[in-house]
Design a binder for this molecule. Structure first.
Ligand code: ZN
Length: 353
């Protein structure tokens, strides 16, 4: 019998006025059920009921850790691992994050995907062609970091390989979330750099936002491009596509998706107020980058001088975008002709004087 307590079972226990049995593992939703009813909050992903409550305040740690060189290998080992209580907890967390993505309209249709690294060469991922708002733990897939499916009844997403482009280059990336949040994606399709030095939290939790050049989704070229950018940036804008973010656990990654879309939305609203954008200074940005590094998050700006930090002064939303796109609209031939005619008339008038 499984010793994982789901939210439904937790509600049943609460109804009966009972506590979870000793040694039981609570899924995040089950923990919410207990804490929401004024019962003791259960800390960590595998806290046994009845365990001595720590008197020290702490931050819950949801990062999945494994012993290097111990990946499940045989089909039987893989199946056992895939159905273990620890993996069941992660499957539920992926479903929770999927629901939050969909509720905030960061995904539409079957868009977006989520991965969690669970071994040297193992990862959980969402299946292809599924709405992220209504996934069930049994929909999840187990794959290796080349995208070969090892367990699960649904076919894995082809975009998982893009996530692994980052994970293979950046060991701190234990989970990735990809979605198409409208405000950040708008910057990605308008080819407008997201300005920096505007909101303190964005500098600390997002860091410098990377931009990955357009490549066809799901291709090795896309995995390489996103992987190279994602190695140094926790939030990556994928040109003409969307956003991919990474973190130490799946919620940590998911938070960055909220951060980047809220940031882009706020910048967009602020730019429309007409008063210009007030930036903090390079020196102030440096302090925030130092704070980010203290929290253990990488930032490619760490070695830059203060004067090089707030570099997006050319941002002019709603009027002109930076001229980065070489394929910009060609000049209108009719307007060109009128300009030509006017120029000729002026030249004639000047010559007649
Ligand atoms: Zn996508």
């Amino acid at each position: 019998m499984s010793n994982v307590i789901t939210a439904r079972e937790a509600e049943e226990l609460l109804r009966k006025g009972e506590q979870p049995p000793a040694g039981a593992i609570l899924t995040p939703s089950a923990r919410d059920v207990f804490s929401g009813h004024g019962k003791p909050a259960f800390k960590g992903s595998a806290t046994a009921a009845g365990a001595k409550k720590s008197t020290q305040p702490s931050v819950p740690d949801y990062e999945f850790r494994w012993k290097p060189g111990t990946d499940a290998k045989t089909p039987a080992e893989l199946e056992r691992f895939f159905n273990s209580p620890a993996i069941q907890v992660l499957k539920e967390r992926i479903c929770d994050m999927g629901r939050r993505l969909w509720q905030r309209e960061y995904t539409d249709g079957n868009g977006g995907n989520i991965t969690i690294r669970v071994g040297d060469n193992l990862a959980l991922c969402t299946p292809t062609l599924i709405c992220k708002g209504f996934m069930k733990p049994e929909d999840m897939c187990l794959v290796d970091l080349d995208g070969n499916q090892l367990a699960g009844t649904r076919l894995r997403t082809s975009e998982a390989k893009t996530h692994f482009g980052i994970m293979k280059r950046q060991p701190a990336a234990k989970a990735c979330v990809h979605a198409h949040p409208p405000h950040a994606t708008a910057f990605a399709i308008a080819n407008v750099d997201i300005p920096s030095c505007l909101i303190t939290e964005a500098e600390v939790f997002l860091g410098k936002i990377g931009v990955a050049k357009y490549q066809t989704p799901g291709t090795p070229a896309n995995a390489d491009e996103v992987g190279e950018v994602g190695k140094h940036h926790q939030a990556v804008l994928m040109q003409n596509h969307g956003v991919i973010v990474w973190g130490k656990d799946v919620e940590d990654a998911y938070w960055k998706m909220e951060n980047i879309d809220s940031y882009c939305r706020t910048v967009w609203i602020a730019a429309g107020l007409g008063g210009g954008l007030h930036r903090f200074t390079g020196g102030q940005a440096k302090e925030l980058i130092n704070l980010r590094q203290k929290l253990g998050m990488p930032d490619p700006r760490a070695g830059l001088k203060e004067c090089e930090l707030c570099d997006s002064a050319e941002f002019r939303p709603g009027t002109t975008a930076p001229a980065q796109n070489q394929d910009s609209t060609p000049a209108d031939p009719q307007i060109e002709a009128v300009v030509q005619q006017v120029t000729e008339q002026i030249m004639k008038a000047l010559a007649a004087k």
